[in-house]
Design a protein around this ligand. Structure first.
Ligand code: T5A
Length: 214
């Protein structure tokens, strides 16, 4: 089996920027890497992503939002993630189920027991080998994301929503330290990447003795 690595955090903390950094590190150490994202990663998942992120006058219910995230995930697992892991590849995913706990659980206030049921159903025993949560205060993420594009349906939520999302991510890192770590993403990009490199070593994803030339 390969390894499953996910990147998480509130909007604008630098997931997309750092995915590329991790991909380069893994490839430089000889791994076959599949980079993907959620919601998305398959034709059906990308269609669901558009529905989930586009603005609509008819407000989507939190339950529908939750079930669509898992519908996209079920397809993604079957068509992309599991086949890649079985082929000994490294799957690097921009968000996964921890985002559902943070956004639909923490942000929307849905019962996390419901999320856990869906998680067990869709994933059985599968959990990421390592989840890196890029952690930064909401105003920093907002400022960085705002410079890039207009807000989508979820990004238009108030700061309090993202404060709950962030708190939920931090709680997960505290509860599952064997597979989830926090990285201080408020720092300069080089410092963030130095922390990521350290965590990849600590969680046995990358080995120090392996030459890394980028
Ligand atoms: N969602 C998703 C759920 O609600 N439930 C779920 O189960 C799942 C899977 C997906 C949305 O769906 C929700 C969460 C999201 O709202 P998305 O595209 O994955 O959307 O998420 P976004 O957070 O919107 O992604 P962004 O592209 O906005 O943010 P990133 O990827 O974290 O940030 P990035 O890398 O694009 O960086 C933003 C800007 O900051 C700069 C970058 O150059 C860029 O300009 N930057 C830095 N600047 C200074 N210092 C640093 N350290 C920097 N790092 C990056």
């Amino acid at each position: 089996m390969g390894k499953f690595i996910t990147l998480e955090g509130i909007e604008g903390v630098g997931k997309t920027s750092n995915l590329e950094y991790i991909r380069n590190l893994l490839e430089a150490s000889g791994k076959h890497v599949v980079v993907t994202r959620e919601p998305g990663g398959t034709p059906l998942g990308e269609s669901l992503r558009s529905l989930l992120l586009q603005h609509s006058e008819d407000e989507m219910s939190a339950d529908a939002e939750l079930l669509m995230m898992f519908a996209a995930r079920a397809e993604h697992l079957k068509k992309v993630i599991l086949p890649a892991l079985e082929a000994d590849k490294y799957v690097l995913c921009d968000r996964f189920t921890e985002a559902t706990y943070a956004y639909q659980g923490g942000g929307r206030g849905l019962d996390t027991a419901k999320i856990a049921e869906l998680e067990n159903w869709a994933q059985a025993e599968l959990r990421p080998d390592l989840t890196i949560i890029l952690d930064a205060p909401v105003h920093i993420g907002r400022e960085r994301a705002g410079k890039r594009s207009a807000p989508d349906r979820i990004e238009k939520e108030e700061d309090d929503f993202f404060k709950r999302v962030r708190a939920s991510y931090r709680e997960m890192a505290e509860h599952y330290p064997h597979r989830i770590c926090l990285v201080d993403a408020s720092q300069h990009l080089e410092n963030v990447q130095a922390q990521i490199l350290r965590q990849l070593h600590e969680y046995d994803i990358l080995h120090l003795e392996q030459p890394v030339s980028l």
